[in-house]
Ligand binder design. Structure first.
Ligand code: MIC
Ligand code: SF4
Length: 753
């Protein structure tokens, strides 16, 4: 559908002149990322270029997107901002709260009744403030955005880390916490450190079993889960132009898994085709008119090493399909080596479930390629040996693929089509298993595979691959099967081989849908009354956090020293806890329950320094809070990796944690902590992590002269009476220090109203 054409016209009318000005300012040819960033500055043009990786910059994004699990907190904050409508076009998408169990229509019915209070809240807030509302079942936020709202050269933020998906249509789209979204909806600037730029040059052309997914699976292996932190990844080269727009979307989507701020492709014929196929010819025409401004300058493509901070080159002619996992998306294996890895590492060989779809891989092309494998299985008398689950990304996709007989290709081999929603990808999955603790393997076309993410079982080994590879594995039921080379035995006992997949980029008969699930807001929503029941267990109005008292923080007990990977799924688990995303006190009962305690290596078992007894993390934090004691959380590298959920920052804030001290942070989480008035600190010397003992108390000193660039000092008081002292770094700028002092950014905003 076509929305907000006026907005796009307005952006395009000034884009060329702003880009020309930016080129003069930086005094060299521009990458596409720089073009879009400089044309979305909030303030006047600066007198000198912004330092990449150094300077904080205020931007003015064109739009905001929110999904139901994060929108609740974002909107609860926005409601306190005193506006009658959002300052920029914004949308809410109901996708995360639907549990996949038996199939689309039954599951959707259950979700509608179980989440009624939350859906009603989101719908009425949306109506009141002029926000477009996508009903439960309409689809997954990023797929819906790609189909309806993303436009080349635009900038958007969204309260979900995979907002970056829209880079597939040449947009700078960035995942943020709800407090950031609130700022933009309230008409304020949005701040980001000027990103560094990684260029990925794609040469050649995909063929056979290899798909766009394999490009990002390989890139994840090269850059690792933190290699993209603070960077925009810009793809280019003839290989880039040969990829479908949705294939580009898949690559950008999973850029979240390398920590990248966002990823982007230059506007090309494939994007134009996709815009036209999804009812947006007007945008394609406008974009065609300024195409040079929607791609990097020619000099950049000719000598990329001069303009990017880092370059990666991938030849698509020789790229193999990849399988990544388990437990981390950057454990990348070309399929030819995967069998060896499974055997050597002792991963469970039997594959129990294959799952395709999600916001990452739901395109028509994806579904046709996977369905071509399923169809062959039927023709060759094969049945899927593993369970096989399909979650379409949107109603547009579901309707069209059903019409074209593709969903029935899956059903014929035993596939079950779930609602157009996140479902198993975010642990909203009633997995049918006899033993929820058993060591087992599953494979998905999703993007994340952290422990417990899909089904809550820490022993589920979750692997990630393209939908066609997942389909082939589901048919074989065996992780030691290589679909490119190996034979299968069919129901008649014959040896058969799967031919390579065949895809159709865009539906020949066009996309179609009966009811896309969109609800436009009324022209005037001022009379709408928003109700949050005082005794609700799902929603709770926010109480302002207390301001900084002005003196150093002394004698704070260690809450937990987290060991190894500590993603937002470890800090604030999803799945069953999603139901409390609008109720800060209730959801705080999941705080850090997935983090591994360095001392004793158990989860959710830490020493309460007041009693000396071991207890759950939330209970211990509440015990400290009850006696007016703050506490400190210590963590490892890339702490807060993964989701944009600000609950991972608000829960510790709510339960009295004052500082999070880690070796390094993931970007969105670090900003979320700052926004909520927490201290986000990093060890100046990473080895100081080893100094922290189980019954330590912390002094955090230097807060009276808290200034940008100046380290603070930690004094550790060990229980044997000895002490250690070391500097810790922070990345707060002036404004962010004001957030800290005010007790959170929202307090500062309220004060200014
Ligand atoms: C995810 O993929 O982890 C989520 C669930 O979409 C999150 C958002 C959330 O936690 O609500 C994300 O990626 O930001
Ligand atoms: Fe939903 Fe999964 Fe996409 Fe997150 S990654 S938006 S949970 S489908």
């Amino acid at each position: 559908m076509l929305f907000d054409l006026d907005l796009i016209r307005k952006v395009y009318s000034t884009l060329p002149s702003k880009i020309a000005k930016a080129r003069l300012l930086v005094n060299h040819p521009l990458t596409l990322s720089e073009k879009i960033l400089y044309s979305h500055l909030w303030d006047e043009f600066p007198s000198k270029p912004y330092g990449r990786g150094d300077d904080y910059v205020n931007f003015g994004p064109d739009r905001v997107a929110m999904q139901d699990a994060t929108a609740q907190m974002a909107l609860l904050q926005f409601m306190t901002a005193g506006r009658s409508r959002t300052a920029v076009p914004s949308t809410v998408h109901c996708d995360h709260l639907i549990q996949a169990s038996v199939g689309a229509s039954a599951d959707l019915g259950i979700a509608l009744s179980q989440n009624k209070e939350v859906y009603d809240f989101l719908e009425s807030v949306s109506a009141k403030y002029g926000i477009g509302f996508w009903k439960p079942g309409a689809g997954i936020i990023h797929q819906v955005i790609l189909e309806n709202y993303a436009f080349p050269g635009g900038m958007m933020i969204g309260t979900d880390s995979h907002t970056v998906n829209a880079g597939g249509l040449g947009m700078i789209a960035i995942g943020v916490g709800g407090a950031d979204a609130m700022d933009v909806m309230a008409g304020m600037a949005w701040e980001l450190k000027m990103p560094k730029l990684i260029g990925v040059k794609l040469t050649g052309k995909l063929s056979g079993w290899t798909s766009a997914k394999d490009i990002i699976l390989k890139v994840a292996g090269i850059l690792t889960v933190k290699g993209g932190t603070g960077c925009i990844v810009e793809y280019f080269g003839d290989g880039a132009d040969s990829l479908s727009a949705t294939g580009k979307g898949t690559i950008c989507n999973m850029g979240a898994e390398i920590g990248a701020t966002t990823s982007i492709f230059g506007y090309d014929a494939k994007m134009s085709d996709y815009l036209k196929a999804t009812g947006r010819s007007e945008i394609a025409e406008l974009a065609d008119g300024i195409i040079a401004d929607l791609r990097a300058d020619a000099e950049v493509y000719n000598s990329p090493e001069k303009y990017f901070d880092q370059i990666i080159e991938i030849n698509l002619n020789t790229l193999e399909p990849y399988v990544n996992g388990p437990f981390t998306p950057d454990a990348a294996y070309p399929i030819s080596e995967f069998v060896k890895v499974v055997k050597e590492k002792g991963y469970p060989q039997k594959l129990e479930v294959g799952l395709i779809g999600s916001c990452t891989n739901s395109s028509y092309e994806d579904i046709t390629r996977a369905a071509s494998i399923a169809r062959q299985a039927t023709n060759k008398n094969l049945k899927a040996k593993a369970e096989f689950v399909i979650t379409p990304g949107s109603e547009l996709i579901r309707f069209t693929t059903e019409r074209d007989g593709l969903l029935s290709d899956f059903e014929k081999i035993g596939g079950v089509v779930m609602a157009n929603a996140c479902g198993p990808c975010i642990g909203q999955w009633k997995r049918h298993t006899d033993d929820p603790e058993r060591k087992n393997s599953i494979i998905t076309s999703f993007n994340r595979n952290f422990a417990k993410r899909n089904d809550g079982n820490p022993n589920t080994h979750s692997f990630v691959a393209s939908p066609e590879i997942v389909t082939a594995y589901a048919i074989s039921g065996d992780l030691c099967f290589n679909p490119l080379t190996d034979f299968l035995v069919n129901e008649a006992g014959e040896k058969v081989k799967l031919d390579e997949p065949k895809g159709i980029e865009l539906p020949v008969a066009g996309f179609d849908v009966k009811d896309a699930g969109f609800l436009a807001p009324p022209a005037d929503g001022s009379a709408i009354n928003i109700v949050v029941k005082a005794d609700s267990e799902r929603l709770q109005l926010l109480e302002p956090f207390g301001a900084f008292q002005g003196s150093d923080l002394l004698g704070l007990p260690l809450l937990i020293k987290a060991k190894g990977k500590c993603t937002t799924d470890h800090i604030s688990m999803a799945g069953p806890w999603l139901r409390f995303r609008g109720h800060l006190d209730n959801i705080s009962n999941n705080m850090l329950i997935g983090a591994v305690n360095y001392f004793g290596e158990k989860t959710n078992l830490i020493k309460n320094l007041l009693t000396g007894k071991y207890d759950a993390v939330p209970a211990t934090a509440r015990a400290y809070k009850a006696v007016g004691l703050g506490s400190v959380v210590v963590g490892d590298e890339n702490y807060g990796e993964g989701s944009s959920r600000e609950h991972a920052a608000m829960e510790p804030r709510h339960l009295g944690v004052r500082a999070i001290l880690v070796k390094s942070f993931a970007r969105i989480h670090e900003t979320n902590l700052k926004k909520q008035g927490m201290l986000a600190l990093t060890f100046a010397n990473k080895a100081d992590y080893d100094l922290i003992r189980e019954d330590d108390r912390f002094d955090i000193t230097g807060l009276k002269s808290f200034t940008p660039g100046k380290p603070l000092v930690i004094v550790l008081h060990h229980s044997d009476g000895s002490t250690d002292q070391f500097p810790v770094n922070h990345s707060y700028n002036e404004i962010q220090i004001e957030w800290f002092k005010a007790g959170g950014a929202l307090n500062l905003l309220r004060r200014s109203l």
